[in-house]
Design a protein around this ligand. Structure first.
Ligand SMILES: Nc1nc2c(c(=O)[nH]1)N[C@H]1C(S)=C(S)[C@@H](COP(=O)(O)OP(=O)(O)OC[C@H]3O[C@@H](n4cnc5c(N)ncnc54)[C@H](O)[C@@H]3O)O[C@H]1N2
Ligand code: MOO
Length: 401
């Protein structure tokens, strides 16, 4: 009996357990998962400040237009604030702390002053006041004590910028998982090596390594084994440092040279099950553990077809990485409108590469087929087809970028 996609995701998730938590400097946190809620120690904005380059004044001094006020000096961003006398102005720059007593900033364009660099004028004539203060109030975006980021968040650049802006320096995160990649097959040639007449470039190595990094993992190495079990055994045994997870591609089917199949059946270090998931592409899958340097290391064995590898990474490897990070399911789905009909296959979940035009899902321009790696990059997601879909029907799309 074939397992479903969700059943297989659970099996793969169950291979691993969350990694330890450590306090990490912000620059090292990209792609990692936050372990606890964190709260702001600095508000955003940090203080009342100007949103414009111009002149800080008191609203009560603007009853008549135009009006001319003496200028008491200048506050660039980063400078200590001044305290102008009532009826006076201060030249101020965007982001500078608002001088005491001032409650309006007049943009320089609404004065007779020359924009840009130059000496502070002794006085300024304000030619226009539209009622707007052009002031950013302390804490209007985030207040001290507000929860900035929630536990389980996969940290992106904007998350880390929020942490930095609110005064956080280090974050409690799960350690970055170390993942080794092993591609298999005698037909594969490393990048830059002259291709033999029946050889193809190894594209799975860069596909797996790249996507692992996009998903927040560190790739400990990319290795290649030929079609002999001894070659695969040797590559796995040599993995150092010992990774948290191994991902292999190829050799899981029923061919006479399918090395992962043979290795799983014969190698004492292999504790791997091979089976079928009711999906297409990516039907044959392997999962289990491999003994490396006295440690039992989780291993996911994806099939060789590159489009099946892509699907397997998003569905299964991602599930393991989420669990290692102690995070919930990180996949993102979009409810889309089918731009064409998508036939179904009884008892099988079809994962169909689609291009999104807004929320309209169109089939991959290169057509479908689990070998079509040359045009896969044009696609935005995988439509999940479990029943026949007519044009205009709603479908769920798993976003892949
Ligand atoms: N008689 C059957 N044949 C096949 C079945 C089946 O049920 N019965 N299943 C098909 C399906 S579905 C898949 S998926 C593949 C999976 O096969 P393997 O995991 O054994 O993969 P390979 O045979 O090693 O390779 C398949 C295909 O992918 C190319 N490949 C492999 N590795 C790479 C790489 N690193 N970079 C680029 N391309 C790679 C390889 O050259 C093959 O063309 O089995 C079907 N057959
Ligand atoms: O399941 Mo295989 O991936 O169709 O090519």
């Amino acid at each position: 009996m074939m397992g479903t996609v969700d059943e297989h995701r659970e099996k793969v998730r169950g291979l691993v357990t969350p990694l330890p938590v450590a306090s990490e400097a912000l620059l090292g946190c990209h792609g990692l998962c936050l372990d606890q809620d964190v709260t702001a120690t600095v508000p955003v904005p940090a203080f009342d400040c100007s949103a414009m380059d111009g002149f800080a004044v008191r609203r009560t001094d603007l009853a008549e237009m135009p009006c001319t006020l003496p200028v008491d000096g200048e506050v660039p961003a980063g400078a200590a604030p001044l305290s102008p006398a009532p009826g006076h102005a201060v030249r101020i720059m965007t982001g500078a702390r608002l001088p005491d007593g001032c409650d309006v900033v007049i943009p320089v364009e609404h004065t007779d002053a020359r924009p840009g660099a130059g000496p502070v004028p002794p006085q300024v004539t304000i030619t226009r006041f539209d009622g707007r203060g052009h002031i950013r109030t302390a804490g209007e975006d985030v207040r001290i004590g507000d929860t900035v980021l929630k536990a389980g968040t996969r940290l992106s650049a904007t998350h880390l910028a929020a942490a930095a802006a609110t005064g956080l320096v280090r974050l409690p995160v799960r350690r970055r998982p170390l993942v080794a990649v092993v591609t298999t097959g005698d037909e594969l040639s490393a990048p830059g090596v002259q291709l033999g007449s029946a050889q193809i470039p190894d594209s799975n190595s860069v596909l797996v390594a790249g996507l692992l990094q996009e998903l927040g993992a560190e790739v400990s190495g990319v290795h290649h084994a030929g079609d002999e079990t001894a070659s695969l055994d040797a590559q796995l045994a040599a993995l150092s440092p010992t990774p948290d997870l191994v991902v292999t591609t190829g050799g899981v089917s029923v061919g006479s040279h399918d090395v992962v199949q043979a290795w799983a059946a014969t190698s004492p270090s292999a504790h791997v099950e091979l089976g079928h998931v009711a999906m297409q592409p990516g039907r044959p899958q392997g999962w289990g553990h491999v003994d490396i340097a006295g440690k039992r290391v989780p291993i996911i064995c994806l099939p060789g077809n590159p489009v099946a590898v892509h699907v397997g990474l998003h569905l299964f490897v991602r599930a393991a990485l989420d669990e290692l990070a102690g995070a919930p399911d990180s996949r993102r789905f979009l409810c889309c409108v089918a731009g064409t009909e998508f036939p179904a296959r009884a008892g099988i979940t079809r994962m169909v590469d689609v291009v999104l035009d807004g929320t309209i899902a169109l089939p991959a321009p290169g057509g479908h087929g689990s070998h079509r790696i040359g045009t896969l990059h044009q696609c935005d997601g995988l439509a999940i087809i479990t029943a026949p879909v007519a044009r205009g029907d709603q479908i769920q799309v798993l976003l892949t970028r």
